[in-house]
Design a protein around this ligand. Sequence first.
Ligand code: FE2
Ligand code: FE2
Length: 297
Amino acid sequence: MSSAKYLSIFTPTDAQQRKANFESYWEFTQQHGGALLEADQDLEKKRARLQHFQDNPVRLRKPLANPDAFYRNYITLQDDINSLDPMTLMLTAIYKFARHEWVGIKGAWDVVPDMANSHTIEDKISRVHLAEEFCHGRLFNEMLVTCGLDKVEWVPLSPWKEKVYEQFPKFPGFLMDTPAFVTELMGVTFYFNLYELFDKVLVDEPEVCERFKALLDEITIDEVAHVGQRRNFIGNTGIKIAKWLVAPFYTMFFNDIPEVGVLFDVKKMINHGLAFDFNNVPDYMLERSWIPSYCKA
Ligand SMILES: [Fe+2]
Ligand SMILES: [Fe+2]
């Protein structure tokens, strides 16, 4: 079929197009998130959205049968993974994925220039990007609260992993941009798979299922834009390397979250990343998101 509206995220481009796309993204991101609330690592519109969810709480019809199973396994898996029910596995997987993201941005926030010291459009974009990621942590936390899990702590990773995450943003762009892009792509892959899982795991909890989807949409719409934005940092050699990194990166990252291998098909997720081209992103998301001009057919 040749009716595809969008081209592969790995489509080559040139420096001039990338410059124009940074300008276009900067315009987009300012209206998308509203004012940056730097002291709070927050954004005006995103804060209002979270407040809306918190002011209109949804809770499980039937409380979690075994919240202790979550609390026992959410930081490190303690039980036999096959003894855990899908709901617990899904919630611990959500926490573990979000925790990695949170650790990564926490390290980067202190290293990249703040808005007052951001003199290039790329620096400004990166500052707002990080604030958006902090908002994602809050939205994920809201999912857990929806299930009555209000004692969740956001704990750092082991000291050496924290160190790795802290060093990462200090790397020069040509080393950092490619893995940073693949990480965003992996996020979008995970969120699309998670969205489908909600229908299975929350089949008896329609209100919570709807709420989870609404919370996840807020995240995924940003992440779809991040994929294009991070792709825009990369030249034509880098984008070939990025494609080559998808399989090892996804494999390494998801190996660290054993729940993912039980809940999802990691091979399928790798193929999703390699084939990503915006055509399967629903219109209601694309309307609020951003796509690089060179990925439009
Ligand atoms: Fe995120
Ligand atoms: Fe992101």
